[in-house]
Structure formats: C-alpha cells, structure tokens
Design a binder for this molecule. Structure first.
Ligand code: ADP
Ligand code: ZN
Ligand code: MG
Length: 475
C-alpha cells in the first residue's frame, strides 16, 4: 500500500509593534524578566484592554499579501484555560470571526508551482514564559504576556515534509518583506505547529491527524514530519489506529512524544470578549494599506527575470531577503552587469556572510565596491582568480579594489614578452608532455596553461596564455 501525507500548518508570528496588543508596555525582546509589565498585561482585576491599531494594520497587511479576504467585522473572544504563564486565566484571541480568511500562498516545488490555501489569519495575545530552573524552582517571566501574535492557519493542502518547510520559508520571507515580524525562529518570534495525517494514495478522505508542537527550525519541520509520517504508517500497517493527540517534537532524540490526547484536550469555553468592541475595518482603510504594500517576492522574482534576464534560480535566491534584492539592484544601478553581479553575490558574498553568521544588512561590502572590482576584471586589469582574492580583501579591509590591486601588485600580466618567457620555461621543463601534445594529445594544453599560471603566481592573462602556448607548441 502506498500512503500520502496530508499536512496543515498553524504558524504563530509575533508582530513587530513597539507596544503590546492591549497595553502600552514595550515588546522589546531580551530585557530583564518582568520589567515590561503593567496591571493590564498582568491581568489585575478591573483593568480594561485597549486594542493596538498597528497590530490590526499588520494583520490586514499580512492578509492582503496572502490573498485573503479582509473581514469588515471581526471580534475578539476569550479562550479560557489555566496556566501559570497566563495571569488572567484566559487568552484574548479571535475565534468565529477572524480578521482574514480564505487566502493562499504559492510555493515552488522543484520548478512546479503549488497553491497552499490559507484558512484564516487571526490576532491574539502571547502568553508569558515559564522558566524551569535547575534549582527545582520554576519562574514566570511576564514580559512576553500580551505581545501581539498573529496565527496563520493553512488548509490541509501540504503533501510532504519538504513542501511544509518551503511553505514556512515562503511565509517567513513575506512577513519580513512586510516588516510585520522579524521571523526569528530561535527567539520564538515565529513558531509552528504541524498537523499531519496519512491516507492511501488516491483516497479522498482524511485520516485522523496528530498535531506536533515545539518546532523551531525549518529543518525540524521536515524531520518531525518525516518521523511522524513513518510512525503513523507503521501503526496502520500493524492494524492499529491513530489517535488524535498533541505530540511534542524532541530534537535530541529526533522523535515525537505524546503530550495529550483528544480526551485530555482543553474545553476552552470560548465566548465573545465583553471588554472589547468588535473591530470594523473600512474599505478606505484597506485601500490605504494597499498603497503602502511593498513589492512582494513573487512579483519581484518575475521582474528580476524580465528586466535583467536572470534565471529563475538566481531570482529566487536574490529575493529570499528584501535587503538582498535591494543590494543586487543597487549594484546594477552602479553599472554592474546583472548576471555577473548575481553570480558574485550568490557564490562569494553569501558564502562569506554565511561563514560570519551575518545578514546582508550587516555586510561590510557595499554594492559600489563590488562593481568597481568587476570593472577591473572587465578591463583585464586582474583575472578572475585574482578577483576572488581581492574580493576577500575588499570585504575585510573596506579598501577599494583598485587600491588593493596596486598595493599587492596583483595586476594581470598581459605583456607578450613576459608571458612568452614563462611559456618557454614551461616547455623546456616538460619535454615529455610536449612530445605527447605533438602526438595529438591536445587536451594537454590545460596542463601547460596551469604551469604558466603557477610561475606567474596566478597573475597571467589566461586567455593570452592559452593562445601563446598553442602558438609556441605548434612551432
Ligand atoms: P482543530 O479543530 O483540531 O484545531 P482545525 O480544523 O482548526 O483543527 O485545523 C487545524 C490545522 O490542522 C489546520 O492547519 C488544518 O489544515 C489541519 N488539518 C485539519 N485536518 C487535518 C487532517 N485530517 N490531516 C492533517 N491536517 C489537518
Ligand atoms: Zn502591560
Ligand atoms: Mg484549530
């Protein structure tokens, strides 16, 4: 029997508002515990929440970017449960009337476009954080209590762990383009619960799902789902049943463990939040937000391909981060050849940034500096290999490529007589290879060129060396 997976993701994204959702406390991450709290977010009796307009705006923005309908009338609800990090005893969330509904997001799976529908996007408040200390005591930090949280729920349209991580990456990219969430998985600004079931290939019905919590990286989304799919298939093949339950991903063992079954699930006793008026969103407001939308990754990919003749692969990499695509376009404005610039970004710049664990916004190399380097290659002042060395130097020292080439004497040797001298030396030293070449082993040309490059410390003009070596050998 062949099985297919059915997956739906619930992603929580902390919004980048300065203040919390129902009070004016700061949302700054990493402050001393319990320094960003007030009677409202501590859930003192008698206090009243006031909705943060920016949080609503950010959610609408996200909804528009994900092709959702923005509901003109939505409402908050109380989700009741007791937990130490939830001082009110209930979370204010949205239930039957969310802000955004019925959208979709496109992912590119091995060159094929797939639409993943979005069921709803709603707004809620985050809970605090329990800290279990080695001393055996537990502590609660309420700084996170009331940070605006957006929940993005997909339809069960995802069919593989790979698609799930592509979906999550795409979602993160869009949120970062919009500037509504920093997408930092390690700090928990973006969190994901994955729902998964299996069914025989060809079947239309859904199987019983399990929900995996505690996933905080793209790699773990894939790993957790792969594990869970295998586990479910094994159970079914043994004739057992899947039980609907919540499971926790354990990164150390690479497994999922049961946390609670459906029977133990909370009854949240949802009811409309009496302390907040319903949210009404006018057409004018939506129109205004539309005018403030940035160019999104999908249309940017198309534009980069159309305007600069880039292949899809390049365009996708360059648009993963908005700042990276801007860096690219700035280099092109300074006169860089688009494909050249793209190659240098993808091969050299991203490698160096990756090694240093830096983002493009922290790059010490500026677009103009790369263009200057590329011009030196174009003019024949340095060859490509030398250019890589100079690139590193420019990156590290901030000096211009021209200055580095002068200081280090890296100028390409394009002088016939100097090159001929080196070539004669190589020919004299390698009589056997010369003989073989003359017998018709023409691929040996590469060997001779390599030897000449070695003698000239990589500075020779490779094109000229090639021509001159051929000429010398045929004489
Ligand atoms: P629940 O009421 O259990 O929270 P929802 O209908 O709200 O279920 O869906 C929660 C998430 O689970 C959504 O992302 C949805 O796409 C996904 N989902 C629903 N049914 C299934 C299923 N049978 N298999 C996999 N995922 C599912
Ligand atoms: Zn507060
Ligand atoms: Mg649900």
């Amino acid at each position: 029997m062949q099985y297919e997976a059915v997956i739906g993701l619930e992603v929580h994204a902390q919004l980048l508002t300065e203040s919390k959702i129902f009070c004016s406390c700061s949302t700054q991450f990493g402050s001393e515990p319990n320094t960003q709290v007030c009677p409202v977010c501590l859930g003192m009796p008698g206090v009243l929440p006031v909705l943060n307009k920016k949080a609503v705006e950010y959610t609408i923005k996200t909804g528009l970017a994900m092709n959702c309908k923005i509901t003109p009338y939505s409402r908050f609800a109380r989700k009741n449960y007791f937990y130490p990090d939830l001082p009110k005893g209930y979370q204010i969330s949205q239930y039957e009337l969310p802000l955004c509904e019925d959208g979709f997001l496109e992912i590119n799976v091995d060159g094929e476009k797939r639409k993943i529908r979005i069921k709803r996007i709603h707004l809620e408040e985050d809970a605090g954080k329990n800290i279990h200390d080695a001393s055996g005591y537990s502590f609660v930090d309420f700084n996170r209590t009331g940070v605006p949280l957006m929940e993005i729920v997909s339809e069960p349209d995802i069919r593989s762990p790979k698609e799930a991580s592509l979906y999550m990456k795409k979602l993160r990219t869009i949120l970062r383009y919009l500037g509504v969430c920093d997408g930092n998985l390690e700090q928990g600004s973006l969190r994901c619960d994955a729902n998964v079931s299996i069914r025989p290939v060809g079947s239309k019905e859904f199987g019983v799902k399990t929900e995996i919590k505690n996933i905080n990286s793209f790699r773990f989304v894939e790993k957790a789902l792969e594990y869970e799919i295998k586990r479910q298939i094994k159970l079914i093949e043994r004739g057992e049943k899947i039980i609907q339950e919540t499971r926790l991903w354990d990164a150390v063992t690479g497994t999922t463990q049961s946390m609670r079954s459906k029977e133990e699930a909370h009854d949240y006793r949802y009811f409309p939040e009496p302390d907040l008026v319903p949210v009404s969103v006018s057409e004018e407001w939506i129109e205004k937000i539309k005018t403030e939308m940035p160019e999104l990754p999908d249309s940017k990919i198309e534009r980069l391909m159309k305007n600069y003749g880039l292949p899809l692969y390049d365009a996708e990499i360059l648009t993963e981060e908005k700042a990276l695509s801007e860096w690219f376009e700035e280099a092109v404005r300074f006169g860089g050849k688009p494909k050249e610039v793209a190659n240098w970004i993808m091969v050299e710049l991203l490698r160096i940034l990756n090694e240093e664990g830096k983002e493009i916004t922290e790059s010490s190399l500026k677009p103009q500096q790369l263009v200057e380097l590329l011009e030196l290659v174009e003019k024949g002042t340095i060859n490509r290999n030398t250019a890589k060395e100079v690139f590193e130097e420019v990156y590290k020292t901030g000096k211009s490529a021209t200055v580095i080439v002068q200081e280090k004497g890296l100028t390409q040797i394009s002088d016939d007589s100097i090159l001929m001298e080196a070539i004669k030396e190589v020919i004299a030293k390698n009589p056997k290879e010369v003989e073989r070449f003359k017998q018709g082993e023409e691929k040996l040309i590469g060997f001779f060129v390599g030897q000449v490059m070695k003698i000239t410390k990589g500075k020779a003009n490779p094109k000229m060396v090639n021509e001159l070596v051929l000429k010398a050998l045929k004489e």
